[in-house]
Design a protein around this ligand. Structure first.
Ligand code: S3P
Length: 181
């Protein structure tokens, strides 16, 4: 049984997945880090050189590979997904086969404070303002919500508190048989 963390850039998916991994003793994999390592390039470089569609193809392939590899693991894994990973329904279907999808949310102001100058977030297109973040977030909201089995707000909370809530709420999913869609 996997736990996949999804949500907008800067909601804390990477940090929370590390804490969850420690708390649950489950391995965690960061999809973007895996793509960058495999390609030997940063995510902004891949966007810049090959374009977003090429990045999305890599993302889909890596998610599929990780899910397939995870089926060989006894205890499941925590997958920290990039903010656009669930924009493709095939990725959602793949993630749902093996586990629970947890949507992390944050206010646009919180995201702004976490993304710095935005240079590591090419999907923001250099528009690092609360207004632009709010607009993109709103565009993605229904897709995020449709993909999610549970939603956890991160505003003003520590990664430990967030991980604790996920652990408690995920327990019921761990006792259910996996969904094959
Ligand atoms: C993206 C989010 C990024 C990364 C890529 C695209 C997006 O991940 O996958 O830059 O479209 O929201 P984070 O959510 O970890 O920043």
């Amino acid at each position: 049984m996997n736990i996949a963390l999804i949500g907008f850039m800067g909601v804390g998916k990477t940090t929370v997945s590390r804490v969850l991994s420690r708390q649950l003793g489950m391995p965690e994999v960061d999809v973007d880090r895996r793509i960058a390592r495999q390609e030997g390039r940063s995510i902004p470089e891949i966007f810049e050189t090959d374009g977003e569609d090429a990045f999305r193809d890599l993302e889909t392939a890596v998610i599929r590979e990780l899910c397939e590899a995870g089926r060989e693991l006894a205890g499941g894994q925590i997958l920290s997904c990039g903010g656009g990973a669930v924009l493709r329904s095939e990725n959602v279907a793949e993630l749902k086969k093996d586990g629970v999808i947890v949507l992390l949310t944050a206010r646009p102001e919180t995201v702004l404070s976490r993304v710095g100058d935005g240079s590591s977030r090419p999907a923001l297109g250099g528009k690092v303002t609360t207004e632009h973040i709010a607009e993109l977030m709103e565009k993605r909201r229904t897709v995020y919500e449709a993909a999610a089995d549970m939603t956890v707000s991160t505003d003003g909370r520590s990664p430990e508190e967030i991980a604790e809530e996920i652990r408690k709420r995920a327990e019921s999913f761990f006792t259910r048989p996996p969904k094959y869609v």
